[in-house]
Design a protein. Structure first.
Length: 477
């Protein structure tokens, strides 16, 4: 076979079982037609726009109701003070969970939904249910003090953790492609609990400010400062830590695949029960004596926080090891350069690849540099999804959607490889992941353009060729 014909030959897909290539790859569709599931038409409620609008409307209504309830309890001035103080830990917590999700970052729409659910829907359910249950217990027992204790240690943990876990459940069920393991469960649960704690802190800090206004206390001796120190400085991770246990249960269930139905039901329930138990212990710490809070905080909460943090980092490293294990088969088939699996398995190399792509393509137009860095970031995300897909297929068997999903991911990788391939190869050498005497030379600043009047190349380029060819990704922009 001539070299010219080889340059237009697509690499074979490393299938799990022997299949025909045309069954697996097929023709490359237009970019606007790439989608994993067929679009459903004919019913309004099956429309993505309708469902998204319904969710946004529901959360907005919950937000308006919770805003009115909190403002009525705290007053306008107390609400504004509570809002200003409660927002302080939110960016730090969100940044911490987003940092944890850097290997295979989930879409922001899922995380924003989780935060909004915690801040609006879960908080509204908690306020209404907790108030109703506490009043009912006080009426039934004729002991308001006992009702407050039971409400804080029994009712509140059950209601609040169940309400927060619903957000994790919804993403687990309806965004299954973006929910693949423990890290995803921790991140979604953390965003949900951060939103819930934000609303709850507004209420507590606003009430504390109102109490200070009545008593005339100011400065470090005020109730507001004490509440801020306990809830925002000492324990901003309290609610996220509780709900993360539910997220871990969902994450382990996601690792098991669809065939393990018992595990998919039992493990989230176990995580939810543990979350309720830890929440009840935290709320009931004051009943253990004057030093009960510090005892629970130092002997239980801090070690649990350290353990969950270790589990999250270990799970992220496990995802990186999956990349170095699963992707070499695609490199051998020609879809990736040989050094790419090594670079993709290192967070340092991935960051360096994005920086190098931005540097190589920034002159004379900085916008092209930003587009190149974005192409590398998307390439890294698609490659990670491909590795996780193959790992689940090897361990739990390939489901009926495996071939379509693999084909889609390979198409996305192929259309970004001219930018991402050289950057990742360079990063593998520069970080010592692939040791050679000389570093590869930097590629030319711009890939060659398409022939005039052509929107896409007629055929895919051959693997293991130079990276200065067509780049539809940048040209589409």
């Amino acid at each position: 076979m001539s070299e010219g014909s080889m340059q237009h030959q697509q690499p074979a897909i490393p299938v799990l079982e022997e299949q025909q290539l045309d069954e697996f790859l097929g023709a490359v569709p237009e970019r606007g037609q790439w989608r994993y599931r067929p679009r459903r038409v004919g019913m309004v409620w099956r429309s993505k726009a309708f469902r998204a609008g319904a969710v946004v409307t529901m959360l907005a209504l919950c937000g308006l109701v919770i805003l009115a309830l909190v403002r009525r309890q705290t007053g306008t001035e107390g609400f504004l003070v509570g809002l200003g103080l409660a927002v302080l830990p939110v960016p730090l917590l969100m940044a911490a969970f987003r940092w944890l999700d850097r290997v295979e970052p989930g879409p922001w729409r899922n995380l924003l939904f989780a935060f909004a659910w915690g801040a609006c829907a879960a908080a509204l359910v908690a306020i209404i249910a907790n108030s109703f249950a506490t009043r009912w217990i006080a009426t039934a027992t004729a002991d308001p003090a006992s009702a407050d204790t039971i409400g804080a240690t029994v009712v509140a943990p059950v209601v609040e953790e169940s309400a927060k876990a619903i957000a994790v459940l919804l993403i687990f069920l309806f965004r299954r492609r973006q929910f693949g393991g423990i890290v995803d469960g921790i991140v979604v649960a953390g965003f949900t609990a951060t939103g819930f704690a934000f609303t709850e802190n507004i209420l507590y800090l606003g009430n504390a400010f109102g109490e200070d206004q009545q008593l005339g206390t100011t400065g470090f001796a005020s109730v507001t400062v004490g509440t801020f120190f306990v809830r925002v400085v000492m324990s901003p991770f309290a609610h996220p830590l509780f709900t993360v246990l539910s997220g871990i249960g969902f994450g382990i269930a996601a690792l098991g695949g669809a065939r393990h139905r018992v595990r998919r039901v039992v493990l989230p329930l176990v995580g939810l029960v543990l979350a309720m138990g830890m929440h009840a212990l935290w709320n009931g710490s004051s009943s253990f004596g004057p030093y009960g809070f510090y005892l629970v905080y130092g002997a239980f909460m801090v070690p649990c926080f350290g353990l969950v943090t270790w589990l999250a980092i270990w799970s992220r490293q496990r995802e990186l090891r999956t990349l170095s294990t699963e992707l070499p088969v695609y490199a051998a088939a020609g879809w990736l350069a040989p050094a790419e699996p090594l670079a993709l398995a290192s967070m340092r190399a991935r960051g360096m690849a994005r920086d190098m792509a931005r540097h190589w393509h920034s002159h004379p137009d900085p916008a092209r540099g930003r587009a190149a860095a974005r192409a590398v970031a998307e390439y890294e995300s698609f490659a990670t999804s491909l590795a996780m897909l193959r790992r689940r297929a090897r361990h739990d068997g390939a489901d009926r959607d495996f071939a379509l999903r693999e084909q889609e991911l390979l198409h996305h990788l192929w259309h970004r490889r001219d930018i991402a391939g050289p950057a990742l190869t360079y990063a593998a050498h520069a970080t010592g992941r692939l040791r050679r005497t000389h570093r590869p030379p930097a590629p030319q600043a711009f890939p060659r353009q398409f022939p005039h009047g052509s929107g896409q190349p007629q055929q895919l380029p051959a693997p293991h060729r130079h990276y200065g060819g067509h780049n539809p990704y940048l040209e589409d922009r």
